[in-house]
Design a protein around this ligand. Structure first.
Ligand code: DGT
Ligand code: CA
Ligand code: CA
Ligand code: ZN
Length: 577
């Protein structure tokens, strides 16, 4: 079981306990534990299986949490959750998803009005029953109704790539407003999270009213949610929310720092300020002296962090994971950048399900500044994609030899294959064929629902094959669409490490697999990552920046990413191990 799944179960338990009005210390301990698990680079599942007592040595994991994890791993479920769900309807968990409606309010609604479902809640709000409850105002009722629309109006988190397109469109619209000076996007978009819940824009302007008016004229506007003097929220396109704030120039950096988050990162930053006898908020950093507060920084983000004796963290690192430790040791990583990538080692052509020829892909990659690519079409098992059998593959490699010979440049096309790992275990092509490749990717495309041990064995066996260089999209998850395989990622890391193999970070914005925490795990274990486009057409080569963002969130530098090397260097890396 993945850390993310364990964390979600512990959070569910905390939600249900809070709904029941259980002891708040206990609930807080579970929530803290859930966060530690989610952010950890160690496999809690492995630990709970081998020696549960080591769980207690982890900061933030108390006895209660450790017991629940152990039970979850050993028995497949947390019995307390089932016990609570005998008395509490599971549908209350839907109610908790409404913004601003925590477990306490949900409990009041349940106890006082018997509300168990979103539908019942909507009816009660519309009948004006909710505002009669203690702690609920007419305003709360209104915001519940609005929140319900959010929860139900296909308003899911969008892919970072979609948020990026929207951000460009919003920025070019706003930049036509003459009174806008500085403009920056904050929030999860700036931190490069793989999905974005809403966009947060900060601008400096002497004339907020003109900015609001201009913002309200965005061509793809659906609705203005709220409009204040300096703050405005709108919905654009398919109900996606965008928040805009107008701030003073001397507060721009402080606001940017505050609204970039994450919340957890900011909690730590505020703690630091307090230790120093200072205060930080979205308006600036202030020296506190008794009752008086003196502004000392706020115009730029770097001066804000500097005032607190901290480096200006790359936004991708601001998740309160390891960044503060790194800063304390003066060891913040010099995060990887797109320009450092020299080769793209996963792409398809018209031979299988791609849309461009070998030469077209090569020209396009070269035009994007790359020095080498690997052509890695599908193997025969993927018959829907017209996968290559040995004969067609060998013919393709001959063609690649000829193309390389004909191109009198320094660009190199490698003879590769994305070879399926068959459901029954073996590779889809014979070893004597794979032995002739420059580069062999092994992938799981079939039998994704196999039990944990079986699918893990398939992948680790592939890593033991001397001709395999790398596993593509190692967990198979598709963001917002499909869960990862039940793979034991820890075993995959170990097999990669032992056999000197690489793991892919697939830059397709729907995959981004390995994800950020997995990248951090690979980094710690000394397993090189390769960031690939998996392009099926020329424009597919342009996804690399998404992979770079994700790698940065995992703390990776060029040294951790093998395709920052030249091809001869990368070959040496593979043969050394
Ligand atoms: P999202 O929109 O769900 O993808 O994630 P964020 O991180 O963009 O969250 P959002 O839009 O609610 O708020 C943007 C940032 O503003 C957030 O990362 C931290 C900061 N922030 C917002 N509300 C609060 C708050 O109540 N307390 C603190 N400390 N920070 C907040
Ligand atoms: Ca946001
Ligand atoms: Ca927001
Ligand atoms: Zn592929």
């Amino acid at each position: 079981m993945e850390n993310g799944q364990i964390s979600a179960q512990i959070t569910k338990l905390a939600d249900l306990l809070e709904f029941q009005g259980a002891n708040s210390f206990k609930i807080r301990a579970y929530r803290r534990g859930a966060r530690v698990i989610k952010d950890s680079t160690e496999s809690f599942s492995t630990m709970a299986q081998s020696d549960p007592s080591v769980l207690l040595e982890i900061d933030g994991i108390g006895k209660g949490v450790a017991e629940k994890i152990t039970q979850l791993i050993q028995e497949g479920e947390i019995s307390e959750i089932n016990e609570i769900l005998e008395t509490v309807p599971a549908t209350v968990l839907d109610i908790l998803r409404i913004p601003g409606l925590g477990p306490k309010k949900a409990a009041a609604l349940y106890q006082e009005l018997g509300i168990q479902t979103l539908e019942q809640l909507q009816a009660a709000c519309e009948a004006g029953e909710v505002q009669k409850l203690k702690g609920f105002a007419a305003k709360t009722e209104q915001s519940i109704l609005e929140g319900m629309a959010i929860a139900t109006a296909a308003n899911e988190r969008i892919y970072w790539s979609e948020a990026d397109q929207l951000a460009s469109s919003l920025a070019s619209h706003l930049n036509q407003c003459e009174s806008i000076g500085q403009l920056e996007f904050a929030g999860s978009y700036r931190r490069g999270r793989e999905t974005v819940g809403d966009l947060d824009i900060l601008v400096v302007s002497q004339d907020p009213a003109s900015v609001m008016a201009h913002f309200g004229n965005y061509p793809d506007l659906e609705q203005i949610i709220v409009q204040g003097d300096t703050k405005m929220s709108i919905r654009v396109g398919n109900s996606f929310q965008v928040d805009l704030r107008v701030v003073e120039a001397d507060a721009f950096g402080a606001a940017l720092q505050y609204f970039t988050g994450s919340k957890d990162h900011n909690v730590e930053v505020r703690g630091r300020a307090k230790q120093l006898g200072m205060k930080i908020n979205e308006y600036g950093v202030f020296q506190v002296d008794g009752d008086s507060e003196t502004y000392i920084a706020g115009a730029t983000e770097s001066e804000v962090y500097e005032a607190l004796g901290m480096p200006c963290f790359a936004p991708e690192l601001r998740e309160a994971r390891t960044e503060f430790d790194w800063a304390a040791q003066n060891a913040l990583p010099d995060l990887i950048e797109l320009a450092q990538i020299q080769g793209d080692l996963h792409m398809h052509t018209t031979a299988t399900d791609g849309k461009a020829s070998i030469e077209e892909m090569a020209d396009a990659a070269q035009a994007r500044g790359l020095k080498y690519i690997a052509i890695t079409d599908h193997s025969q098992r993927v018959s829907v994609a017209n996968g290559l059998d040995a004969e067609r593959l060998l013919a393709q490699w001959k063609e690649i030899d000829a193309i390389n010979a004909a191109r009198d440049d320094n660009f190199l096309i490698l003879k590769g294959i994305e070879c399926d790992i068959l459901e029954s275990g073996p590779m889809d092509l014979p070893d004597e064929v794979l032995a002739q490749a420059d580069w062999v990717i092994a992938s799981v495309h079939f039998g994704q629902k196999q039990p944990r041990q079986q699918i893990t064995d398939r992948i680790t066996n592939a890593l033991e094959n001397p001709h395999v260089d790398i596993i593509a999209h190692p967990t198979g998850r598709l963001i917002n669409r499909r869960e990862a395989y039940e793979v034991d990622i820890e075993a995959v890391f170990q097999a990669a490490k032992e056999n000197g193999k690489l793991l892919e970070l697939n830059a397709n914005p729907v995959r981004l697999d390995l994800h950020d925490v997995h990248c951090a795990m690979a980094r710690e274990r000394g397993i090189p990552i390769v960031i690939n486009s998996d392009a099926h057409k020329i424009s597919g080569l342009d996804v690399l920046p998404y992979g770079i963002k994700q790698a940065r969130r995992g703390g990776l530098t060029a040294a951790h990413v093998a395709n920052t090397l030249s091809w001869p260097e990368l070959q040496k890396l593979l043969s050394n191990s």
